[in-house]
Design a protein around this ligand. Structure first.
Ligand code: 5AD
Ligand code: FES
Length: 385
């Protein structure tokens, strides 16, 4: 195995690398090798999607969360965060602002809540967005695990896409990062429901987690392939002081550069492996380096999710330490972003939905659902607490 061969092979067609070859890429450390990896991924991105970036205006609707993930700053046991939840009118106002500012898509994200009231609020928002944008605006939901009927209801109300990170495709690592009542199996089933219901399905993982191997990360990419994921939102793990996993872990410059490097490697490897999926340059990259998202673009990402949430709420939606843009309002972010994207020679697709090309390729080919995941042992017991 050598780098040139692997990069050439990857560029030829989708999913053209073995697990060992993916591991080889993910284990690269040498700066010159990493530069070649990023360049090869950027070449695939340019060929498949042009030198263009799609935007999603990100609305952080609320930080009330029923989950207690050991790494996440808005976990329900964290008493140091002020909780908020926006009503339909406020979310609609932010979405309207984004539409007027020529964002073609929005993402509505919140902590995981399952309640009839929440279900209805989201449906109301979706119908309103479809109404004021004449059905033009893309809407991605990122609202965690839900019953299949709820996903179906929201789909009918106008949601096109759903983002649900699997966090890690290793059931074993998943178990170590979550309390016993969090179920990998349920999360996985939710992704299948979303696909069945005709959503463009996004998923993602965190990279650089404690105890995560290059093999685990390669398996994450194979998981995306097996599920035929349309869009990927993934980023490096960043310790949060008010969490069991992050307590006492300082975000030192060494840690930042290590996490940034692994985050960028994953973006590049995902682009080289999956070619025409949408890949977001996660905000976590920007938390680690001021130009983190631009580096993400140059490593093969093609989507950026600028925050369009009102300033007053942003400080409470801290999933990890060092979240950027806490003091910048949405209008400021818009200008800042355009300059940054232009700075790396890319242009923004203002006013376009920016759907995943892979989604249309798949529904045209009408390929069947994968029967089983290649690397996950379905006999594993998913114990409830
Ligand atoms: N570091 C990086 N990403 C995190 N997320 C949650 N906590 C952290 C953290 N400490 C990510 C998870 C979640 C998304 C909304 O934020 O992947 O799905
Ligand atoms: Fe928010 Fe730059 S994107 S200030």
């Amino acid at each position: 195995m050598n780098l040139s061969n692997i990069l050439n092979k990857a560029q030829m067609k989708r999913c053209n690398l073995s697990r060992d070859e993916l591991i080889y890429l993910l284990a690269l450390e040498d700066q010159a090798d990493l530069a070649r990896l990023h360049e090869a991924a950027y070449a695939v991105k340019t060929k498949r999607l042009g030198r263009q970036v799609s935007l999603r205006g990100l609305i952080e609707m609320g930080n009330i969360c029923a989950k207690d993930c050991l790494y996440c700053g808005i976990r329900r046991s964290n008493k140091n965060t002020e909780r908020y939840h926006l009503g339909a009118a406020e979310v609609i106002r932010m979405a309207e602002w984004a539409y007027r500012e020529n964002y073609g898509s929005v993402v509505i994200q919140s902590g995981e809540i399952e309640s009839d009231e929440h279900t209805e609020i989201i449906a109301k928002v979706l119908k309103k967005i479809a109404e004021f944008s004449n059905g033009e605006m893309g809407v991605t939901l990122s609202l965690g695990e839900q019953e299949k009927e709820v996903f179906a209801y929201w789909r009918q109300a106008g949601a096109h896409r759903y983002l649900l990170r699997i966090e890690t495709s290793s059931p074993e690592l998943y178990r170590r990062l979550h309390p016993a009542d969090h179920s990998f199996k349920r999360r996985y089933e939710c992704l299948q429901y979303l696909r069945e219901l005709g959503y463009q399905v996004g998923s993602g993982v965190m990279s650089g987690l404690p105890g995560q191997s290059h093999g685990d990360l390669a398996d994450d990419l194979i998981f995306f392939r097996d599920l035929d994921i349309d869009m990927i939102g993934m980023g490096p793990y960043i310790p949060h002081p008010d969490t069991p996993l992050g307590a006492g872990l300082a975000v030192t410059p060494e840690l930042s550069s290590r996490q940034l490097a692994v985050g960028l490697k994953m973006v590049a490897a995902a682009r080289l492996y999956l070619h025409n999926v949408n890949i977001a340059a996660a905000t976590a990259l920007q938390a680690l380096a001021d130009n983190g998202r631009e580096l993400g673009l140059l490593a093969g990402a093609n989507v950026i999710m600028p925050n369009v949430t009102d300033l007053a709420y942003r400080k409470n939606y801290q999933l990890y330490a060092g979240k950027p843009c806490l003091e910048e309002n949405a209008a400021h972010c818009r200008g800042c972003l355009a300059a940054r994207v232009a700075g790396v020679g890319e242009s923004i697709l203002w006013g376009e939905r920016g759907d995943s090309p892979r989604f249309f390729e798949r529904i045209t080919a009408e390929s069947p659902l994968p029967a089983a995941l290649s690397h996950i042992d379905s006999t594993i017991e998913y114990r409830k607490a």
